[in-house]
Design a protein around this ligand. Structure first.
Ligand SMILES: Nc1ncnc2c1ncn2[C@@H]1O[C@H](COP(=O)(O)OP(=O)(O)O)[C@@H](O)[C@H]1O
Ligand SMILES: [Mg+2]
Length: 216
C-alpha cells in the first residue's frame, strides 16, 4: 500500500533521512523503533505530508503523494491519514467530543452524524463520560485517547502515531493496541506507530528499525 523510495530529508544542510526505502502492506500494523534523534518523527511527518521532502517518492497505492500540489495534499491528509502525536495538539477551547469531530467537520460532514460516530469511538476508548470536558480538564491519558479517537473519525486508510502510549499506563496501552488491531481488522486500516515500548512493539505485525536516518 505504501512504498517509500529514495527518501532524503535535511534540516539546515544536515541530512536527517538518508535514502529511506520501505514498504508497508495494507492492513499491517508496523512499529517504528530507533534511538532518539534517528529520524522517526521526521519520517512520520514526511509520510503524513506535514513536512516537505528533498528527494524521493511516497507511493500510496500507485500515486506519488509527495508530488501532489498543496491543495491535493491537504485533501489527502484530511481524508486518508489520521495522526496521533506525542503532544496531542487538542484545541483548548473545544470539548473532547468537538475535538474528536473536528477532522470530519473540516471535510464537511454534518455534526449529528459525526457525533454518533465519535461517541462510539469514545465508548470504545472509555472516555464517553468526558465528552463535554475541555482538554485542560482531562488527564494526560484521557487527552491521548481523545487524540486517538480524533485520528479515527474520518476512517482514514493510514494512521500515523508518534508515541501514542506516552501518557498511558500499561493496561491503557494494551487496550489501545487491541483497539488498533480491531480497527485494522474491521476497516483494513494500516498503522505506523513509533514506540519505545518493546512489549507494545511486539504486539505489532512487524518492527522497522531506523538508525541515523537509515532503515536497518
Ligand atoms: N524542524 C527541525 N529543524 C532542525 N532540525 C530538526 C528539526 N526536526 C528534527 N530535527 C533534527 O533531525 C534529527 C531527527 O529528529 P527526529 O525525527 O525528531 O528524531 P526521533 O523522532 O527519532 O527522535 C535530530 O537531529 C533533530 O534535531
Ligand atoms: Mg520523535
Amino acid at each position: 500500500m505504501i512504498k517509500i523510495e529514495n527518501l532524503h530529508k535535511s534540516f539546515d544542510n544536515t541530512p536527517v533521512l538518508k535514502d529511506v526505502n520501505m514498504k508497508i502492506e495494507k492492513n499491517e500494523i508496523v512499529a517504528l523503533q530507533g534511538p532518539s534523534g534517528a529520524g522517526k518523527t521526521t519520517l512520520l511527518k514526511s509520510i503524513g505530508l506535514l513536512d516537505t521532502i528533498d528527494k524521493g517518492s511516497i507511493l500510496f497505492d500507485t500515486q506519488d503523494i509527495a508530488s501532489f500540489n498543496t491543495t491535493q495534499q491537504c485533501f489527502f491528509r484530511n481524508q486518508e491519514i489520521g495522526f496521533v502525536f506525542q503532544f496531542h495538539n487538542l484545541l483548548p477551547e473545544f470539548s473532547a467530543l468537538e475535538n474528536i469531530c473536528m477532522p470530519a467537520l473540516v471535510s464537511g460532514e454534518i455534526f449529528k452524524k459525526t457525533q454518533q460516530k465519535a461517541l462510539v469511538l469514545m465508548d470504545a476508548l472509555n472516555i464517553k463520560n468526558k465528552k463535554h470536558a475541555k482538554p485542560d480538564e482531562l488527564s494526560g491519558g484521557e487527552q491521548q485517547r481523545v487524540a486517538i479517537a480524533r485520528s479515527l473519525i474520518n476512517s482514514p486508510q493510514l494512521i500515523l502515531a508518534d508515541e501514542p502510549s506516552g501518557n498511558l499506563d500499561s493496561k491503557q496501552s494494551t487496550d489501545m493496541f487491541n483497539l488498533f488491531h480491531e480497527i485494522s481488522k474491521k476497516h483494513q486500516t494500516t498503522f505506523l506507530i513509533i514506540t519505545h515500548n518493546n512489549d507494545l512493539a511486539q504486539m505489532c505485525n512487524r518492527i522497522i528499525n531506523i538508525q541515523d536516518g537509515q532503515i536497518v
